[in-house]
Design a protein around this ligand. Structure first.
Ligand SMILES: [Zn+2]
Length: 120
């Protein structure tokens, strides 16, 4: 949808700052997320920033430069998108387990996000 890659970067961000920072360059979007937190929290941070990218794309806006602070409306949109993706991933995983279809899905993206977040 966005037509360009998203790079994920784990980083030890200052404890008093944001957990995630979105950096939009000319040819890619970089999501920097807090290294010193749980896997479940990291998954949420990344999905939240992805939520911003999707919300911007729907609006026809393109973020530029470094973003870590948005309007309340932008934050709400990002959270709604993040939790929608997480809900979908969790319910898909549940269905896969119920029908014992695990094998073909082992390497898919939702596994890497949800396997870690379900433990929380
Ligand atoms: Zn945000």
């Amino acid at each position: 949808m966005l037509g360009r890659p998203i790079t994920l970067m784990e980083w030890e961000l200052p404890a008093d700052g944001p957990f995630g920072v979105l950096i939009s360059r000319d040819d890619e979007d970089v999501i920097v997320y807090q290294a010193t937190t749980t896997k479940a929290h990291q998954a949420h941070i990344v999905l939240h920033e992805v939520g911003h990218l999707i919300a911007f794309a729907f609006d026809g806006r393109r973020p530029s430069g470094e973003h870590s602070c948005y309007s309340d409306e932008d934050e709400r949109d990002a959270e709604v998108i993040a939790s929608t993706i997480m809900d979908q991933a969790i319910s898909m995983r549940r269905r896969v387990r119920t029908h014992k279809l695990d094998d073909p899905f082992q390497h898919s993206v939702y596994n890497s996000l949800v396997l870690t977040s379900e433990a929380a």
